[in-house]
Design a binder for this molecule. Structure first.
Ligand SMILES: [Zn+2]
Length: 212
């Protein structure tokens, strides 16, 4: 299994790729074959004596099945889905990130959420990345100094890498801001009340003192 942006890639013997996006409430579970399906089971794959089930209460999740025997099909899928740079790929360097930001305008956070620029950053992790990089979600991208761009790049890699590691072990995704990211939450660095604002239509939490 692999991952591209927010998509899970399940390689079926090199002949086909099953691609799943969990969205809000989707999840996979493995169970013994023949045991009753839990509520909201949408798809069940029969394996040897077991079942892989896709459970999704709100049905926002979706799957693609693509034919890998067609040359270039995977690259074509990436283009169809308009996926940008893969943040944990070695090809995503600090220089590449600077290039991606060149010529962009507006507030920082909506740019981090654009899957066609850098794929895989969601709303909550964007807040965590900005907290760790000490940058405000409202900060204008054109005002960033080179050292701030490098710091942001480092935090994109660090925060996502840590989240993937922890969540694939089954641990909670603990971060600096994540646990305090709620109404009345306080900044884990300075103890001030966090600010909640809508930035580019998405709820954002940040500390006005620590993030500039
Ligand atoms: Zn603070």
């Amino acid at each position: 299994m692999g991952r591209r942006g927010k998509y899970l890639l399940i390689d079926l013997d090199g002949r086909a790729m099953l691609i799943a996006h969990l969205r809000m409430t989707g999840d996979f579970a493995v169970a013994r074959a023949g045991t009753p399906d839990p509520p909201h089971t949408r798809v069940a794959f029969r394996l040897n004596g077991r079942e892989l089930r896709f459970i999704d209460q709100r049905r926002f999740g979706h799957m693609d099945l693509i034919d890998l025997t067609r040359p270039g099909r995977m690259a074509e899928w990436v283009r169809e889905r308009r996926l940008g740079a893969e943040p944990l790929d070695p090809a995503f360097t600090s220089a590449r990130f600077r290039e991606i930001l060149t010529g962009r305008r507006g507030a920082l956070k909506p740019l981090l959420l654009r899957q066609d620029l850098v794929a895989g950053i969601g709303n909550i992790y964007a807040d965590e990345i900005l907290f760790q990089a000490r940058l405000s979600p409202l900060r204008r991208v054109t005002s960033l100094r080179p050292a701030e761009v490098r710091g942001l790049y480092r935090q994109i890699r660090t925060v996502l890498h840590r989240a993937v590691e922890r969540l694939s072990r089954g641990d909670e995704a603990v971060g600096g801001l994540l646990a305090s990211r709620e109404k009345g939450g306080i900044c884990p660095r300075c103890g001030r009340a966090l600010r909640m604002a809508s930035v580019g239509g998405r709820t954002s939490y940040y500390c006005e003192r620590c993030q500039r």
